[in-house]
Design a protein around this ligand. Structure first.
Ligand code: UD1
Ligand code: CA
Length: 460
């Protein structure tokens, strides 16, 4: 059954994160909690997707709009609590038009919440003919969570918060995940009578479940995968969840034929794509939409950010961002590829080489200590150590063009804009300021002066 609305609760400060940033804008594997939850909930295609904001409301709502331009922003007032958040949302959504049918509510501090789990909850809710269903989880350590209290027949009675629970309630391992499906009418009436007579002095949404029992059928659905519904309240929980998530991603890729020497130091974000027979050595961060083709070896200690690495290439102890590394190219160690590089097949960018918007033709090598920025190099050229393209005149970025089969001597300086033809050889230490024609040799004189018998002042 289609959702009439989905309400994501994102108004809390997240005090336990001890951060100047709202909790929901913290990230797990490169995406904020809010982005993740909005994507999982949004995939259910609710008629209205609402996000409740209050703490740093501008910042959170701007982020929410960035993730989904059609999102409805609800401003919670100064009264705190998850129950108040839903009261504010229901008032606003009700004003926009009558709500009918199921409404999904989800906290936004559960970054691994996934659409499959949510769909299973909705299906269970519908098939059971429930008016309210809470998504629960069985946790080995339920500390901090609200506990699910059931009657002797196994029916859900109510939810008790950790801070309000007695010792027998604290012993319960089934917890509230803060995800619910309510019938809109039942929800509207159940949240009317909320109060703040509890340990935290807040309007608890959890109390609405108990109230809903008076007018409707209440049930619970246990998440098949507890990890997917774990909440993050502090940075210890964040780290644990991120590690567990990463472990799963690594195991997925290992099963797909990727060798990962040390999954505990290999961090792979969700949208990365790896081919069979890729090898990942320890200490790597594979981020964004990075794509690595078969037989490539990445690492140790390498960061790829939206990078494309073709078959058989190696990238060692380097950082590669928004760049394309051709087949069988060798990058590193200690190479810094900034955005916009296109390296052809069999190319090399060696130690302490920095590149930006460089197009390097097949077989061309830049082996040592160089900066190549805003440059085009042809095929099978070699660039001597310590060569710099001076691409910035203080106002404009200018391009350097170097042809194919060029031998650039050590320590050259190309003052852009400048163009060097094919088959050129340049002398060591040349400063190239003007165009050099094909098949020529170029050097620039810098006179060597020797002062014989000279001593420093202190020695004289
Ligand atoms: C809540 C539940 C608890 C459950 C746990 C699961 C209540 C009273 N308790 O506790 O039963 O086990 O989640 O993680 O609901 N929020 C608002 N407005 C507010 C306060 C919070 O929108 O005034 C939002 C937060 O941004 C967050 C979510 O609601 O996304 C949960 O808030 P949080 O303070 O983390 O609740 P817990 O104490 O974890
Ligand atoms: Ca929480």
């Amino acid at each position: 059954m289609a959702l009439s609305a989905a309400i994501i609760l994102a108004a809390g400060e997240g005090t336990r994160m001890r951060s100047s940033k709202p909790k929901v804008l913290h990230s797990l594997a490169g995406k904020t909690f809010l982005e993740r939850v909005m994507a999982s909930v949004g995939a259910l295609d609710p008629a209205t997707l609402a996000v409740v904001v209050h703490y740093q409301a501008d910042r959170v709502s701007e982020a929410a709009r960035g993730y989904d331009e059609h999102v409805t922003i609800v401003n919670q007032d100064d009264i705190p609590g998850t129950g108040r958040a839903v009261q504010c949302a229901m008032r606003q959504l009700g004003e926009a038009g009558k709500l009918e049918g199921p409404v999904l509510i989800a906290a936004s501090d559960m970054p691994l919440l996934d659409t499959v789990t949510l769909q299973a909850l909705i299906d269970f809710h519908t098939q059971s003919g429930n008016d309210a269903t809470v998504l629960t989880a069985n946790l080995a350590d339920p500390t901090g969570y609200g506990r699910i209290i059931r009657d002797s027949d196994g029916g859900v009675l109510r939810i008790v918060e950790q801070k309000d629970a007695n010792s027998s309630e604290l012993a319960v391992h089934e917890v509230n995940t803060s995800v619910y499906v309510f019938d809109a009418a039942v929800l509207a009436s159940a949240i009317q009578g909320l109060d703040s007579k509890n340990a935290q002095g807040e309007f608890y949404l959890t109390d609405a479940l108990e109230t809903a029992r008076a007018t409707g059928k209440v049930g619970a659905f246990t998440a098949p995968d507890a990890l997917s519904v774990e909440g993050v309240n502090d940075r210890v929980q964040l780290s644990n969840l991120a590690r567990a998530h990463n472990r799963r991603i690594c195991e997925h890729w290992m099963r797909e034929g990727v060798t990962i020497l040390d999954p505990s130091t290999t961090w792979i974000e969700d949208d990365v794509e790896l081919a069979e027979d890729v090898t990942l050595l320890p200490g790597c961060f594979l981020q964004g939409h990075s794509v690595v083709a078969s037989d490539a070896v990445v690492g140790p200690y390498t960061t790829l950010i939206d990078a494309k690495v073709d078959a058989g290439a190696t990238v060692e102890r380097s950082r590669v961002q928004e760049s394309h590394i051709g087949a069988n190219a060798n990058i590193g160690p200690w190479t810094y590829m900034r955005q916009g590089n296109e390296l052809g097949e069999g190319t090399k960018a060696g130690a302490f080489v920095e590149m930006k918007k460089a197009h390097i033709g097949n077989g061309t090598k830049v082996p040592h200590l160089s900066y190549v920025g805003d440059a085009e190099l042809g095929e099978h050229s070699n660039v001597g150590g310590g060569t710099i393209t001076a691409n910035y005149d203080g106002v404009h970025k200018n391009r350097t063009r170097i042809g194919s089969n060029v031998h650039v001597g050590a320590g050259n300086l190309f003052v852009a804009p400048v163009e060097v033809g094919d088959g050129v050889t340049t002398g060591a230490g040349s400063v190239i300021r003007h165009a050099v024609p094909d098949d020529s040799m170029v050097y620039s004189e810098n006179t060597q002066h020797v002062v014989e018998g000279w001593k420093p002042e202190w020695e004289r």
